[in-house]
Design a protein. Structure first.
Ligand SMILES: [Zn+2]
Length: 120
């Protein structure tokens, strides 16, 4: 297993590195689209990322929450999964060979990425 994938500080650094491309004012949806990801408002729980094998593109489906920051957070969280390499063959990798703890860890890392991205 790649230990970098388990490292929270790696998640934060990755967000900061990617922010070199940032435009001001920072808009997470435009930011995601600038990488060719589709970002679509949908009837989902919070957000979900889908990988289209045919086009090789990611689509982030998200729900508009009342709190704008929270909406940005859930989109940034999904970006975290993409940029931190949590997808393998289009599926979210469960680090630590499919145990609950491994799954929690990637959620924690995606949160750390989102926080670093939105609060840079
Ligand atoms: Zn997640």
């Amino acid at each position: 297993m790649n230990t970098k994938l388990m490292d929270i500080s790696f998640a934060r650094k990755k967000a900061k590195d990617i922010l070199c491309f940032q435009q001001t004012p920072f808009d997470v949806i435009s930011f995601a689209k600038s990488f060719g990801f589709l970002v679509v408002l949908a009837d989902v729980d919070t957000a979900v990322t889908i990988f289209n094998e045919r086009t090789g593109k990611y689509a982030i489906l998200y729900k508009e929450l009342q709190d704008k920051y929270q909406t940005n957070q859930i989109i940034a969280h999904e970006l975290g999964h993409i940029f931190l390499g949590h997808f393998k063959n289009g599926n979210l990798v469960k680090l630590g060979v499919c145990n609950e703890k491994g799954y929690d860890k990637i959620e924690e890392m995606a949160d750390a990425f989102a926080e670093a991205l939105l609060n840079a």
